[in-house]
Design a protein around this ligand. Structure first.
Ligand SMILES: [Zn+2]
Length: 288
């Protein structure tokens, strides 16, 4: 990721010397927001399309500071679809709004308490529930929650709110009731980073760092020469015309202390933890 940062800095220096000719929207003199990533965007897009040509992989690469799309291969990224556990951070923040940002501890007993991991995650707090995407923890957290409670938080992050009447675990992305645009979801994660010092957000981001180290996003750090990412994974009902049991999602932001890019990946027919592996490989290729 140091390499990306250096590349970006070199591009800033070279592009500031040129008149803006990239076709990007950019107010001249706005030094905080120059068209710094045009060349990086072009080459990253070429690399990802060349090295990951499979039609089963969709991706969005965003510039973290601005939310601008640097490269993408995703049909209708603005059309709302089920995104599974990617909503969990926002569900947790909505819970926090109504409970003084105090999060209960919980014991996940696996299948017995409705988790995807049959043997269970044992004792979990909010960061580890994010890191391991513990469904049991989020079933507990959302047991009494309603769409009306979650909607203001969701909309505050630019997400489509859950349909009126949605309640319980569906508010944590279990099932397919809450539909959100993938592009809006990517940008909502960038907003999380902007609010990193706010209560609740700290725990969520700690969980995403833990995910990359040892949770469902561990394959991302494993793929990187300098492991340093924030990750959230999700698995959701497939929305492709050729149906699979599910689609895996991973959102990766790097570097973790000051994200410069966000990569969102969807892979047809595999769980989110495996989609994270592909996301890690993609990040590594554009970092090289
Ligand atoms: Zn669990």
């Amino acid at each position: 990721m140091v390499a990306i940062k250096n590349l970006v800095l070199v591009l800033i220096a070279s592009l500031l010397a040129l008149s803006p000719s990239s076709g990007e929207t950019w107010a001249p003199g706005d030094r905080a927001n120059p068209p710094r990533t045009s060349l990086f965007a072009q080459s990253a897009g070429q690399i990802l399309n060349r090295d990951f040509p499979s039609g089963t992989i969709s991706f969005l690469l965003l510039d973290a500071p601005t939310g601008r799309v640097l490269a993408s291969r995703w049909d209708n990224p603005e059309a709302p679809i089920p995104l599974g556990s990617l909503v969990k951070p926002f569900t947790a923040l909505a819970y926090g709004e109504h409970h003084g940002f105090r999060y209960p501890a919980h014991t996940c007993r696996g299948t017995a308490t409705g988790c995807w991991l049959p043997r269970g995650h044992g004792n979990v707090d909010l960061p580890s529930a994010i890191a391991y995407s513990c469904n049991s923890y989020f079933r507990m957290l959302t047991a009494k929650m309603t769409a009306a409670e979650v909607s203001p938080t969701a909309m505050g992050f630019g997400l489509e709110p859950p349909a009126p009447g949605t309640a319980g675990p569906a508010l944590a992305g279990l099932g397919n009731r809450w539909l959100i645009s993938p592009l809006n979801m990517g940008r909502a994660y960038l907003e999380l980073v902007r609010r990193r010092d706010q209560p609740g957000v700290r725990e969520v981001l700690a969980g995403m760092a833990q995910s990359a180290e040892q949770g469902t996003g561990a394959e991302v750090d494993r793929a990187l020469p300098y492991p340093n990412a924030l990750v959230k994974t999700g698995t959701a009902p497939c929305t492709h015309s050729k149906r699979a049991p599910g689609d895996g999602f991973a959102i990766v932001m790097a570097p973790s202390d000051d994200p410069q890019i966000l990569l969102m990946v969807r892979v047809h027919g595999i769980p989110g933890a495996q989609a994270a592996k592909i996301a890690g490989q993609m990040l590594r290729r554009i970092e090289e």
